[in-house]
Design a protein around this ligand. Structure first.
Ligand code: EPU
Length: 338
């Protein structure tokens, strides 16, 4: 266990923001995490656990200690005719796990291919794409309490999963560190092809629908819409898709009959934020070194050496225009770290 001083966070955030952290430490296993949490520095300083930094926006140097999990294992816990239970270390790169599942013919994670994340962070954030959320396959989440160092295992329902959120982002924010996640995958081919024209997209290029063809198609859809953070800094969707009440929706529909929407329940509908942003004329717009991605305007990009504050300023301008035009508050999906 080694606590480093004054480290650049450039390799640890997909936005490519060049800030530094006062302290930084990696841990390979739970024992090292315990040692770190018991150290004077961790007891004294502000503490932030990061995953792959693909959902963070740093707007200044971090005056505290950043912890980074390198707990990497995938182990089979149990198996039946129809299901397999896999326990995965929090530091496993999410797409490596998806690839492992696809290679072994385990079904359930394939639609979440290529999402940049570590497994622990993915379970906190409830990552989702193409009709699937990680909460659909999470069995349990193993954690350590930052203050008491107590171990606690959360069942799926105790995680209080919802759209891009969990109890670890709400009531327990900053209190627990995820060390491992157990997943339940299916061995039967019950694929989720509910998203838009996913099925047609697969059949355009392949003669049959199977796990590896689904993964390849999802990767190609992502590549066509989402900029590669290695080339252009970004954190995927910057905002979440807002939920609005039916009355508000009906009113908007009179002015904008073409407004896209997804029913949530009897009271709420979800509106694609990308559509709202496009309607406000933001597609491809640039402010300083921050810009709105042209192919998918829900993504803000770093055009090169942007400061976190420039990206945030652009996001706030977008929020303001959407509030004025549609009376909708866009919420950030990205976590801003001050
Ligand atoms: N749209 C436009 N203009 C555009 C692009 C999209 O109007 O230029 C509208 C269209 O109506 C389209 C709708 O937005 O049907 C939805 O677009 P898309 O399918 O690309 O998905 P999204 O709602 O923008 C969400 C997730 C993505 C995930 C995709 C696919 C959120 C915040 N984002 O985006 O997740 O990959 O669905 O399932 O829910 C992420 O969280 O970082 C992320 C990339």
């Amino acid at each position: 266990m080694n606590i480093l001083n004054n480290i650049s966070l450039l390799p640890y955030n997909s936005f490519g923001i060049d800030v530094r952290t006062k302290y930084f430490a990696e841990y390979q296993n739970i024992e090292e995490l315990y040692q770190l949490l018991e150290s004077d520095i961790a007891r004294r300083e502000k503490l932030l656990q990061i995953g792959s930094g693909s959902n963070l926006l740093f707007v200044s140097d971090f005056e505290g200690i950043i912890l980074y999990s390198k707990i990497k294992f995938i182990e089979k816990m149990a198996e039946t005719d129809g299901e397999v239970f896999l326990r995965v270390g929090s530091g496993v790169v999410w797409d490596d796990f998806v690839n492992y599942c696809v290679t072994n013919n385990y079904i359930g994670a394939e639609n979440l291919s290529l999402i940049p994340s570590q497994t622990g962070a993915a379970a906190v954030q409830n990552i989702g794409a193409y009709g699937v959320e990680i909460s659909d396959i999470v069995q349990t989440v193993e954690t350590i309490d930052i203050q008491t160092l107590e171990k606690q295992i959360f069942t799926n329902s105790e995680c209080q999963y919802d759209y891009r959120t969990s109890v670890f982002k709400t009531d327990l924010k900053g209190k627990k560190i995820v060390t491992a996640v157990e997943f339940c995958l299916s061995k039967k081919p019950n694929f989720n092809l509910s998203y838009a024209n996913l099925k047609q997209e697969i059949l355009k290029n392949y003669s049959e629908i199977n796990l590896s063809n689904i993964r390849a198609t999802i990767i190609s859809i992502r590549d066509s819409k989402l900029p590669n953070p290695k080339i252009k800094g970004n954190a995927g969707s910057f905002f979440t898709n807002p939920y609005i009440c039916i009355a508000h929706f009906e009113k908007l529909k009179k002015t904008y009959p073409e407004i896209p929407y997804y029913p949530v329940n009897e009271e709420l509908v979800k509106i694609p934020a990308a559509w709202l942003i496009e309607q406000c004329g933001w597609k491809g717009k640039q402010r300083g070194r921050a810009a709105v991605n042209a192919a998918q305007p829900l993504v803000l990009v770093n055009q090169g050496s942007a400061a976190g504050a420039e990206i945030l300023a652009l996001a706030q301008e977008i929020q303001k225009s959407i509030k004025e035009k549609f009376a909708i508050n866009l919420k950030l999906e990205v976590e801003v770290i001050f």
